[in-house]
Design a protein around this ligand. Structure first.
Ligand code: NAD
Length: 283
């Protein structure tokens, strides 16, 4: 397929479209990821909390695609220890990383993310220092963050020499994250969109988007993914339906013009589907 790549600030390359597996049970993850890889996806996004790293790893092992052609991301969950501070916290990060790598059955990971910043605990900088150690070990090629705001990114930029390669955040035409994207661009941090299709809810029946889709003879999901690509955003749509898995990757053969991009921009509501990361503290 002709999915473009984004070059990250450490020189690594990530496909601009990847396959997300949130809410996919472990037993279904293997066939879904297998279908995705066979359809041409070369990037997979999982997380410890999704409890499907084993199924994801099984598909990767069985797909017969060379390891260096795949880009595998997983994420450190909030819990795992009561105390993420000091050396004890860094040890806990290392154990969580080892467990994820083991479940995935991989010798190295392409990208490890801090799943949520939990700023009320003041622990993300210590966790980031453990990520720096993992990077130095070579078992992870790139490190990044998820759900970070500009305040937390400022802290990392000030206190660490390792700049996150990307920040994975909720982003779709209803919630386009203008300010955060501008901050990322200024500091060489790539933007990765979670729930890029707005979780398949109201976004996909927006009349303005239905109109753009009809104009191009495409589905609304394809138009939204095309919008992500043309906006310079990395997107990781999820589906367990084989026809949709393929549909979501088939977005290279058309181009949105300025009028289409403006029509899509106009559906912005500023409303999130997920929690506000600044107050989010699940365990
Ligand atoms: P999404 O926006 O990718 O929407 C997925 C849903 O949209 C599907 O379950 C299905 O109902 C529908 N859908 C998919 N393709 C479709 C199509 N072609 N036509 C019609 N409907 C379609 O939502 P998501 O799963 O929340 O997000 C994608 C990925 O982002 C997740 O799987 C996960 O990997 C990641 N994520 C990360 C975080 C985080 O905190 N870092 C949070 C949420 C999601």
């Amino acid at each position: 397929t002709s999915i473009p790549h984004v070059t990250l600030n450490n020189g690594a390359e990530i496909p601009q479209l990847g396959f997300g597996v949130w809410q996919v049970p472990d037993a279904e993850a293997a066939p879904a990821v297998r279908t995705a890889i066979e359809a041409g996806y070369r990037s997979v996004d999982t997380a410890a909390i999704y409890e499907n790293e084993a199924g994801t790893g099984k598909a990767i092992a069985e797909a017969g695609v060379a390891r260096d052609e795949l880009f595998v991301t997983t994420k450190l969950w909030n819990s795992g220890t009561r105390d993420w501070s000091g050396a004890q916290g860094r040890d806990a990060v290392r154990r969580a990383f080892d467990t994820s790598l083991d479940l995935l059955g991989l010798e190295y990971l392409d990208l490890y993310l801090i799943h949520w910043p939990r700023p009320m605990h003041d622990s993300f900088l210590n966790i980031w220092q453990a990520f720096e150690e993992l990077l130095a070990d070579g078992r992870v090629k790139s490190v990044g963050v998820s759900n970070f705001g500009t305040a937390q990114l400022e802290t990392l930029l000030k206190e660490s020499s390792v700049v996150p390669v990307l920040n994975q955040v909720e982003l779709h035409p209803h919630f386009p994250q203008h300010e955060l994207r501008a901050f990322h661009a200024e500091h060489g941090i790539a933007t990765e969109a979670w729930s890029p299709l707005g979780q398949g809810k109201g976004l996909l029946s927006e009349p303005a988007l239905v109109k753009v889709a009809a104009k191009h003879g495409r589905t609304v999901a394809q138009v939204v993914l095309r919008w992500h690509l043309q906006s310079g955003v990395i997107a990781i749509p999820k589906s367990v339906t084989p026809s949709r898995i393929r549909e979501n990757l088939d977005v290279a053969g058309f181009e949105l013009d300025a009028e289409d991009m403006a029509a899509i921009a106009a559906v912005e509501t500023g409303e999130r589907l997920g929690p506000d990361p600044q107050g989010f503290d699940w365990n």
